[in-house]
Design a protein around this ligand. Sequence first.
Ligand SMILES: C[S@@+](CC[C@H](N)C(=O)[O-])C[C@H]1O[C@@H](n2cnc3c(N)ncnc32)[C@H](O)[C@@H]1O
Length: 272
Amino acid sequence: MLKITNDEFLLLADFIKSNYGINLFNKKSLVEGRLGLMLSAKGYHSFSEYFFEAFSDPTKTEITELVNKLTTNHTFFMRESKHFDFLMSKVLPFFENNIKDYDLRVWSAGCSTGEEPYTLAMIIADYFGNKKSAWDTKILATDISVRALEHAAKGIYTADELKGLSPVWKLRYFQSISDGKFEVSEDIKNEVIFRSFNLMDGIFPFKKKFHIIFCRNVMIYFDYETRKTLINKLYNIMEPGGYLFIGHSEIINRDDSKFRYIIPSVYQKGID
Ligand SMILES: C[S@@+](CC[C@H](N)C(=O)[O-])C[C@H]1O[C@@H](n2cnc3c(N)ncnc32)[C@H](O)[C@@H]1O
């Protein structure tokens, strides 16, 4: 396995932080472990040689693979399930009563392999029931890891990955396919639009603002300033009254944004 020198590591950590927000500065062995074997297998003799190729590749193929390798995509269905209870009991009734054009806009920002946006789609389908056809409740689901997004779009999971779901949901929203795997139903898949998007981008190119944003367990990899900037961008792209869900180990300081604290890891934009 190739070893990374200190200079090479600093160059790479700096590149990843300034382009993707992810702070790897204290993760040298993780970086070496995730990339070292791949680089040896590709025939590189040093990380520097690889960087030269990767940074000058106009197709960005190597950079895409680098990002795939360096992102942490851990996620699961119904993760932090209290969020979904709150969504069902408070947030969806609030928007059902307040949205006049039946267009509920939801964003799963940092959706990884799809478990979070599919959970959202299933919760929304359950909540609206036979009123659902009157509503547009499409969920935008974005990530920087193209590999995670490809997995997400396929919507295929093992029985073990479905273990957090009720038997009713498994029957209603999945079909059994070969090798003991399960595929998300077409109805639910059609509710989620997967796109590659970097939350570090200066401009959020969305035509309309969102009512609900899930940006959970993404900012844990960012430093304070990057988090603060992102939270304010999320505030600006949120409809008045919109709800932001972040990970339970994450926090938004009162002085850092205009979001109002509602319950742990849930915030709301004021209606004024
Ligand atoms: C640990 S996963 C969290 C997945 C899901 N939100 C959850 O809570 O289960 C974090 C995801 O954030 C993505 N991510 C990290 N930096 C990002 C950025 N700058 N823009 C978009 N996505 C990013 C990673 O690729 C990864 O898939």
